[in-house]
Design a protein around this ligand. Structure first.
Ligand code: NAD
Length: 301
């Protein structure tokens, strides 16, 4: 049994992570400032403690980490969402303080290892597919992608200077229960349920890969449980490419919805043409087939 801190614990992915760690009988503390997280996502299990705090604010996070005696930190708190991050670049850049605070305090309190939630966004506009952890050049330009890239640099720099171990997870689009409504899958599901128009940017032929939350959590918790991929980077995602148009059509079909698909002007920035992870490492972690998109969607519905 380990003593673990999860930042962003009221959010979609981190709350599922907290549940899985609690199921494995670890002692888990989570912190969140509720910028996008929700109270109802918080586990009420005995071995879970929640503390409301902003990780970007040293006065708030320092006493928690100094008194917590944590062996491991999963740093998952971040400002997220395409529109929120594009419209609020300074808010995104404030997450730099969170990185400074978490890594400094982890070093100070002799945390054994940090797990960092990076993003497929660090690859930027794709220069090759599939995108490989070490070989594909990073093309990050937008503040959200740059901050994730900087987070990866924090991992490597604290390893070099203070021997603090890390694993970097590069998350590709993950979907599932509890995801906020401003992500493409949950947004389309909501609109289709209400028979409202579904809007896609541009042609809708831009592709994404969609990883079901159970596959995501199974892979990341295996890394933790088996103490593997130390000081390494792993793409966490599914490699089946789907166009945004196909996603909308699939959702309409499954829900037998009367929604129509409406095309809007393309986004000026941030809507990558394609994205696809190299999943060799992810597959070795999962050791079974990925959950197909239709099956995952039906599970949420
Ligand atoms: N969902 C995806 O497909 C995806 C893809 C790539 C990367 N990620 C990364 O995974 C992590 C979790 O994302 P998610 O999709 O579950 O989003 P989410 O918004 O549901 O979770 C993020 C949580 O962090 C909290 N938070 C944000 N800033 C904070 C701060 N300064 N202090 C304390 N709490 C703060 C939010 O309130 C929220 O509960 C993020 O780091 C995100 O960048 C997610």
């Amino acid at each position: 049994m380990s003593n673990i801190l999860v930042t962003g614990g009221a959010g979609f992915i981190p709350s599922h992570l907290v549940d899985a760690l609690l199921d494995d009988n670890h002692e888990v503390t989570s912190v969140d400032n509720f910028i996008t997280g929700k109270k109802e996502n918080l586990s009420k299990k005995e071995n879970h403690t929640f503390i409301k705090a902003d990780v970007n604010n040293l006065d708030e996070i320092e006493p928690i980490i100094r008194n917590g005696n944590y062996e491991y930190i999963f740093h998952y708190a971040a400002l997220v969402g395409v529109h929120r991050t594009i419209n609020n670049p300074i808010g995104v850049l404030n997450d730099l303080s969170g990185l400074e605070n978490i890594f400094f305090l982890a070093k100070e309190t002799k945390v054994k290892k940090i797990f960092f939630s990076s993003s497929s966004e660090v690859y930027g506009e794709p220069v090759e597919l599939p995108q490989r952890e070490y070989l594909t050049p990073l093309n990050s330009r937008l503040p959200y992608a740059v901050i994730k890239n900087v987070g990866e640099c924090f991992c490597k720099s604290y390893k070099q200077e203070h021997n603090l171990d890390y694993t970097i997870f590069r998350f590709f689009n993950t979907y599932g229960f509890r995801q906020s409504k401003d992500f493409v899958v949950s947004k389309f599901l909501e609109l289709a349920k209400e028979n409202k128009d579904i809007t896609v940017y541009g042609t809708g032929l831009q592709t994404r890969t969609f990883c079901y939350i159970d596959d995501h959590i199974e892979a990341t918790t295996k890394v933790f449980r088996d103490n593997i991929y130390n000081n390494e980077i792993i793409n966490i995602g599914n490699d089946e490419e789907t166009t945004i148009l196909q996603l909308a059509e699939t959702i309409i079909k499954i829900l037998d919805s009367k929604s129509k698909i409406i095309h809007l002007d393309p986004l000026k920035e941030g809507d990558m043409t394609r994205r696809q992870p190299d999943v060799e490492r992810m597959k070795s972690l999962l050791n079974r087939d990925f959950t197909p998109l239709e099956k995952g969607l039906k599970k949420i519905i």
